[in-house]
Ligand binder design. Structure first.
Ligand code: GLN
Length: 444
């Protein structure tokens, strides 16, 4: 198979499925010049789907928002620069919740994504287009971003592997900012080994991102699928009544398998994890309200035509350009940061975030890995939660703690419950991605 044939076949498959799934917002039908393909490079010529909040010079970058619907970036993000240099090909930009705010990919200004396992179900979010594209066999791998679970939860809902690296492992340069203290680019793929190779290629220190880490990037592809003696902790709080019985059963199944392979499994407590959703939605909305100030109708994208004066440019462009969920977050964040409420909300949330981090530190003094479900349920019905933000937010309760603590975490497909995929979540200490890949490979 030549690179040109592979890319042609990929485009055909996307064009055939996209009217049904809506997983792509833009497809790159430019042929890949064979001369640019170095066959020594393992990733050479492989099509990569890229979440539409990651800046690329080929194709628009909209973050699935009306306010950026015509935005063409003049520069390439660090992650895609590195992957393109390794020979990968930007095959298209994937649909998502607007500005990565959501858990169902229903908050896109360009229509919802459908779950390829069952078209009545959501694919999860916010990287729902990336997950659906991998699950439907449109691409082998896709980039997503994960601020509160947006790689892992859609990976779980679509039966694919998805990893969010340690905060700082990957550069955020050229990634549209939502919550800068938690945003990380991650990878979704059918096979664990493909994510390992892609992550190792895009990771590393970047002078453009002061929060990127200078920790050396290991050769993640050297996977050692051996869990003998691995000390696994299962938090009580992750296996409680809020978790659907079918999900719990599949996770228990995976734990039994790991035990049979020689892992040691114990129950532990993360007593502050119960506050994670509240803490996250205060901090994430606060940072979002600040990050999204730049969309003023002047510097980027959409500008309202219904204007009489400068104030109207700001107010009308933002009112018409942002969707409901984004507006909700901006209002919530502005409130939480405002004088008089800052101590009661933002400061308090930051304090509880520290307590959550300390819970993890304590567990990792004695354990190598935390294991539990990725999400409390399998994919839910389209339309069933969109009118109830609190119910939607609660779906993130198991993924958010790792973001608050900056820890690497992945979702590995382990089976089905009522015909829909279930993911098991693996959380490692900071910079412990290799333990995740090794353990995931045992479960694959
Ligand atoms: N669902 C969460 C939110 O709406 C997480 C989103 C994300 O990780 N980008 O904020």
């Amino acid at each position: 198979l030549s690179v040109a044939e592979l890319n042609q076949a990929t485009i055909q498959r996307i064009q055939q499925l996209n009217p049904t799934l809506n997983s792509f917002l833009a497809v790159n039908d430019q042929p890949v010049p064979e001369t640019s393909v170095d066959s020594e490079q393992l990733l050479a010529g492989i099509p990569l789907a890229i979440k539409d909040n990651i800046l690329t010079k080929q194709l628009k970058t909209t973050a699935a928002s009306k306010i950026l619907s015509n935005f063409q970036s003049v520069y390439e993000s660090t992650v895609t620069t590195k992957l393109l240099a390794a020979g990968m090909h930007n095959i298209g930009k994937t649909n998502m919740d607007e500005f990565a705010m959501g858990s169902s990919s229903e908050n896109s200004a360009f229509g919802p994504v459908k779950n390829p396992w069952n078209l009545q179900k959501v694919p999860g979010g916010s990287s729902g287009g990336s997950a659906a594209a991998v699950a439907a066999g449109e691409v082998l791998a896709a980039l997503g971003t994960d601020t509160g679970g947006s790689v892992r939860q859609p990976a779980s809902f679509n039966g694919v592997f998805g990893i969010k690296p340690t905060y700082g492992r990957v550069s955020r340069w050229g990634v549209i900012a939502f919550c800068s203290s938690m945003d990380q680019v991650g990878v979704l793929s059918r096979h664990v080994a493909d994510s390992a190779l892609i992550l190792q290629t895009m990771a590393g220190y970047d002078p453009h991102d002061n929060t990127s880490s200078s920790q050396p990037v290991p050769n993640f592809s050297a996977i050692n699928a051996d869990v003998r003696g691995l000390k696994i902790a299962v938090p009580d709080e992750f296996m409680g009544d809020g978790v659907a019985p079918g999900v719990r059963q599949q996770v228990q199944h995976a734990l039994d398998l790991l035990a049979a392979q020689g892992a040691q499994i114990d129950t532990v407590q993360l007593p502050h994890a119960q506050y994670a959703v509240q803490v996250y939605y205060i901090i994430a909305s606060s940072e979002a309200s600040s990050n999204l100030q730049r969309y003023d109708g002047i510097r980027y994208g959409y500008r309202s035509t219904e204007v009489q004066n400068l104030e109207d440019v700001y107010v009308h462009s933002r009112s018409e350009g942002f969707g409901d969920e984004v507006k909700r977050r901006i209002m919530l964040g502005t409130f939480a940061l405002s004088a008089g409420y800052y101590d009661a909300y933002f400061n308090k949330a930051a304090q509880v975030r520290t307590l959550i981090n300390q819970d993890f530190e304590k567990v990792f003094q004695n354990y190598d890995l935390i294991v539990g479900p990725t999400a409390p349920t399998t994919a839910f019905d389209l339309g069933s939660r969109i009118d109830d933000p609190v119910v939607m937010y609660m779906n993130d309760i198991l993924t958010i703690p790792a973001n608050l603590a900056g820890l690497p975490a992945a979702s590995v497909p382990v089976g089905l419950a009522d015909g829909m995929p279930v993911g098991v979540q693996l959380i490692a200490p900071a910079f412990g991605e290799q333990t995740i890949f090794n353990t995931a490979q045992v479960l694959e």
